[in-house]
Design a binder for this molecule. Structure first.
Ligand code: FMN
Ligand code: FE2
Ligand code: FE2
Length: 405
C-alpha cells in the first residue's frame, strides 16, 4: 500500500490522489487563494487502471507517491484528460515517462493541445461525444463541455457507480482540510468558494455552462468528483441547482458598492450612497475599496447581487486604474439583467464618469443605468450628498421591486 500516505477511497476502488496547494497566492496569477486550492485526481483501480486528470506540475510529489504506491508495480493503462489547463494536465509528461505504454484519452482538441503543451503524440485516443471506453470491469462515457472551461473541456461518467468526473464544473477554491466529501466540510463556506470559482473561471461562459448542465441533468448521479474542492455525494441536487442559477444569472437581493478613492473624497460620497441604500431597506450592502480587495471577491458579489454602485475618482486624465481593471474584467463576463448607478469625481478635467458611462453603454443593455448619475468636483457638497442619497433610494426601490415579484 501507500506507506506514510492517507489512502482516500471515495468509492469502490476509486481513490482520491490529488494535491492540496496551500502555497500558491493567486490562482491564474490573479485570484486570491486565502485557503489554498485542491487539484483533484482520481485513480480507478481494476482490470485496467485508469487515472482521471492529474495535478499542477509543482505539486506532483505527493501525487506520484500515491499513484505509484496504489498501483504497486501494476501498469497504468489510461489517463483521462478531461481538461488541458495545466492545473489538471500538468503531470502528464512525467506520467508518460513513468508508464511508457499509457494511453491518454481526450477529444480531437485535446490531442492537438497534448502535442502543443507537452510534445506528446501517438499515445492519445480521441473519443467522440457520447462514446464509451471499455476498461475491463468498468466503463467510462464521455460528454463534451466546450468552453467550460476551455474548448476541449469534457466530463467523464462511470455508469455502474453513477459517478460523474466533472473537472472544473462544480469545482471550488479551497484546499481540502481533512474533509473530502461535501458533508465533511463547512458547507456554506464551500458553496461560497465554489461560487467564487464559478464567477471568476466559468462566469463568462454561462451559456455553454447551461448546455453542459442540460447534459448533466440527464444522468443518474450518485456522486460528483470535480477537479477542485470536495466530492459531492450528499447535496448533489443543491450544487447542480446553484450552478443552474448562477448560469441563468439569477441574482439575490442586495447591492454592491465599489469605490476607488485616493484621499477619501470619493469614499465620502460612496458611504452616503451606501447609508441611503441601507436606510431604504437593502440588506446586504457590500462595500469594497477597489484598491484593497482582491478582484475575485468583488466580482463574486457583483455576480451575486442585483445592484451595483460604482464611484471613482479621476487619475491622470483617466479612470483610476484599479477601477479600470475591474471594469475590463466585468465587461469580459457578459453580465445581463443588472442595475448600476454611477458617481465620478474629479478636480479639473474629469474622466472617471465618462469611462464608467462608456462601460454601461457598451454592455448593450446588460447593465441598466439608475439615476441620478453624479459627478462631483473635488469634495462632495451638501447638494452632492443629497444626490448620493437619491441614487441610493432609487437603486433600493428598483432592487426591492425586482425581488418582491
Ligand atoms: C495623482 C492624481 C492624479 C489626478 N488626476 C486628475 C485628472 O487627471 N483630472 C482631474 O480632474 N482630477 C485629477 N485628480 C483629482 C481627483 O480626481 C479629485 O481630487 C477627486 O476628487 C479625488 O478624490 P479622492 O479624494 O477620493 O481621491 C488627480 C488626483 C491625484 C492625486
Ligand atoms: Fe480550467
Ligand atoms: Fe481547474
Amino acid at each position: 500500500m501507500v506507506e506514510n500516505y492517507n489512502v482516500i477511497e471515495v468509492a469502490d476502488s476509486i481513490f482520491w490522489i490529488g494535491a492540496n496547494d496551500r502555497e500558491t497566492d493567486k490562482f491564474e496569477g490573479l485570484l486570491d487563494l486565502p485557503m489554498g486550492v485542491a487539484y483533484n485526481s482520481y485513480l480507478m483501480r481494476g482490470e485496467k487502471n485508469v487515472l482521471i486528470d492529474t495535478v499542477k506540475s509543482s505539486f506532483m510529489d505527493d501525487f506520484l507517491h500515491r499513484l505509484t504506491g496504489l498501483l504497486d508495480s501494476k501498469p497504468l493503462d489510461y489517463v483521462i484528460v478531461n481538461h488541458m489547463e495545466p492545473d489538471h494536465s500538468g503531470s502528464v509528461d512525467v506520467i508518460k515517462r513513468l508508464y511508457p505504454d499509457v494511453k491518454f484519452v481526450g477529444n480531437a482538441k485535446t490531442v492537438e493541445m497534448m502535442k502543443n503543451f507537452y510534445g506528446l503524440e501517438g499515445c492519445t485516443i480521441a473519443v467522440k461525444e457520447g462514446e464509451t471506453l471499455d476498461i475491463g470491469d468498468r466503463k467510462l462515457v464521455f460528454a463534451f463541455a466546450p468552453m467550460v472551461h476551455w474548448p476541449e473541456s469534457m466530463v467523464s461518467y462511470e455508469p455502474n457507480l453513477k459517478i460523474l468526473f466533472s473537472n472544473d464544473i462544480f469545482g471550488g477554491f479551497g484546499a481540502l482540510e481533512g474533509g473530502i466529501f461535501d458533508d465533511e466540510v463547512n458547507f456554506d463556506w464551500t458553496v461560497y468558494e465554489t461560487m467564487r470559482y464559478y464567477v471568476n473561471i466559468v462566469g463568462r461562459y454561462a451559456k455553454p455552462a447551461t448546455k453542459a448542465l442540460e447534459k448533466v441533468r440527464k444522468l443518474d448521479i450518485s456522486m460528483i468528483c470535480p477537479s477542485h474542492g470536495p466530492v459531492w455525494r450528499s447535496d448533489i441536487d443543491k450544487i447542480i441547482g446553484l450552478y443552474e442559477k448562477w448560469s441563468r444569472q439569477e441574482t439575490d437581493e442586495g447591492v454592491v458598492v465599489v469605490y476607488g478613492s485616493m484621499y477619501g473624497n470619493t469614499k465620502l460620497a460612496s458611504d452616503a450612497i451606501a447609508r441611503s441604500l441601507s436606510m431604504s431597506g437593502i440588506n446586504p450592502v457590500q462595500i469594497y475599496d477597489v484598491s484593497r480587495s482582491n478582484i475575485s471577491f468583488i466580482t463574486t458579489d457583483i455576480w451575486r447581487y442585483s445592484g451595483l454602485i460604482l464611484s471613482c475618482c479621476t487619475y491622470n486624465m483617466e479612470l483610476y486604474p484599479p477601477m479600470a481593471g475591474l471594469l475590463r474584467l466585468l465587461a469580459n463576463k457578459n453580465m445581463t439583467g443588472r442595475h448600476i448607478g454611477l458617481c465620478g469625481t474629479y478636480s479639473w478635467a474629469g474622466a472617471a464618469l465618462r469611462e464608467m458611462s462608456e462601460f454601461v453603454e457598451k454592455s448593450n443593455g446588460g447593465w441598466t443605468l439608475v439615476g441620478p448619475t453624479i459627478e462631483i468636483k473635488s469634495r462632495p457638497t451638501s447638494a452632492d450628498i443629497e444626490q448620493c442619497r437619491m441614487l441610493g433610494k432609487n437603486m433600493a426601490e428598483i432592487v426591492k421591486n425586482k425581488h418582491s415579484k
